[in-house]
Design a protein around this ligand. Structure first.
Ligand code: ZN
Ligand code: ZN
Length: 73
């Protein structure tokens, strides 16, 4: 589907939290993947594709079921 690669991101669906996370370094964002709850609002974190931002049901997917991007590499 695409030559580019993506990653499984873990995000909070709250817009405010998403904006805070967007300002973090890649290292800090990587740490967020280990969180279960958002450190800003305590909502449960959601797994999404970094490319199409659709929800993922597993962090172990090798490809995005929505846009076909390959994760990791
Ligand atoms: Zn949040
Ligand atoms: Zn995707």
């Amino acid at each position: 589907m695409s030559e580019s690669t993506g990653s499984v991101d873990k995000i909070c669906q709250e817009t405010d939290c998403g904006e805070k996370m967007a300002e973090l370094s890649p290292e800090q964002r990587a740490l967020f993947k280990t969180f279960t709850y958002c450190p800003y609002c305590a909502e449960e974190m959601t797994l999404v594709c970094s490319r199409c931002h659709e929800h993922l049901t597993s962090a172990d997917f090798k490809y995005c079921p929505w846009c076909g991007v390959e994760f990791g590499a």
